[in-house]
Design a protein around this ligand. Structure first.
Ligand SMILES: NC(=O)c1ccc[n+]([C@@H]2O[C@H](COP(=O)([O-])OP(=O)(O)OC[C@H]3O[C@@H](n4cnc5c(N)ncnc54)[C@H](OP(=O)(O)O)[C@@H]3O)[C@@H](O)[C@H]2O)c1
Length: 283
């Protein structure tokens, strides 16, 4: 039977990749966003806001499975928990949670609090715990790359970058195939790289010099804020890069391979696939 799948965060990095994957599968995709585009890029677009419970009913009607993300800008975990309860009430069966690597070791993390709520909701679940998305290099630092810099404070620490397209592919499998109920996957790329190694790959693929500058934490925060990023965002990024600096972001797993039956995409493949987008930034 064709399943109807609600994709929250459908316009985001993983949600977009997930929609591409689900388009190849036997599923009706209900794509949730605060501003539906009204085009044919999903089976159904639905106006949805975690902060507006009055939008949840239409989004959840007749849904078999839910892809649940916590938008980075959403401070209240309570809203996500209430939404999970609403999904359970309308008899959705399965929830795939976009969490974060290491959530299982940090009970105070909002992602882990949402995971635990889903576990007790009556829905079956699959927790996806990805490492740092390779796409951040373009989406967060693309302008700096264009100037030939990677200005992040990660020291010599390694990161097991995962391509968001692989996260979307694993989510699509967990939403449409059985055998992934009440499971958790730690999603990483094929290897762990320092930012010096990332710079060398970028330089090789993009054909212009790229230097990893490794600023101090205060100068990183100051620079990001001067460039117009909210202080909270700069502080969260600092925390993430500090984790890498401390050598805690380099764990590599084979969970992507175990679910997809193919190797995760490498950082080199990412630069090759997105070279045109990086070049666009230099114009
Ligand atoms: N970036 C990383 O390296 C990384 C690594 C591991 C885990 N994660 C986790 O992944 C999640 C983010 O995923 P992503 O990067 O795919 O998202 P994203 O690209 O940051 O996009 C955010 C999405 O959330 C939606 N959204 C924002 N506010 C909303 C609201 N009030 N109600 C409903 N939807 C709302 C946006 O949709 P509209 O604007 O269209 O409404 C958009 O689709 C976070 O929980 C993050 O912690 C990120």
């Amino acid at each position: 039977m064709t399943r109807t799948i609600l994709v929250t965060g459908a316009t985001g990095t993983v949600g977009s990749a997930l929609r591409d994957e689900l388009a190849e599968r036997d599923a009706v995709v209900r794509a949730a966003t605060r501003s539906p585009p009204g085009d044919g890029s999903a089976d159904e677009w639905v106006a949805f806001d975690f902060g507006k419970p009055e939008t949840w009913g239409a989004a959840l009607e007749g849904v078999d499975a839910v892809f649940l993300l916590r938008p980075p800008e959403m401070s209240q975990v309570g809203r996500a928990r209430e939404f999970v309860d609403a999904a359970a009430r309308v008899d959705a069966e399965h929830c795939v949670v976009l969490s974060v690597l290491g959530a299982d070791r940090n009970p105070l993390l909002p992602h882990r609090r949402i995971e635990r709520h889903v576990e007790s909701s009556g829905l079956s679940y699959t927790h996806l715990r990805p490492s740092f998305f390779t796409q951040n290099l373009l989406e967060v630092h693309g302008d700096a790359f264009a100037r030939g810099e990677i200005p992040v404070p990660a020291g010599d620490g390694e990161t097991s970058f995962v391509d968001a397209r692989d996260v979307g592919a694993v989510a699509a499998v967990a939403l449409t195939e059985s055998g992934h109920e009440n499971a958790a996957y730690d999603l990483t790329g094929p290897d762990a790289l320092t930012y010096d190694e990332v710079a060398a790959i970028a330089e090789d693929v993009l054909g212009h010099p790229v230097e990893y500058t490794d600023p101090s934490l205060p100068s990183f925060v100051l620079r990001e804020v001067r460039r117009g990023r909210p202080l909270a965002f700069a502080l969260v990024m600092s925390g993430i890069y500090t984790t890498a600096r401390l050598g805690l972001a380099g764990r590599v797993t084979d969970d992507v391979y175990r679910v997809l039956g193919q190797e995760p995409r490498s950082v080199r493949a990412f630069f090759e696939d997105y070279a045109a987008a990086f070049r666009e930034k230099t114009r």
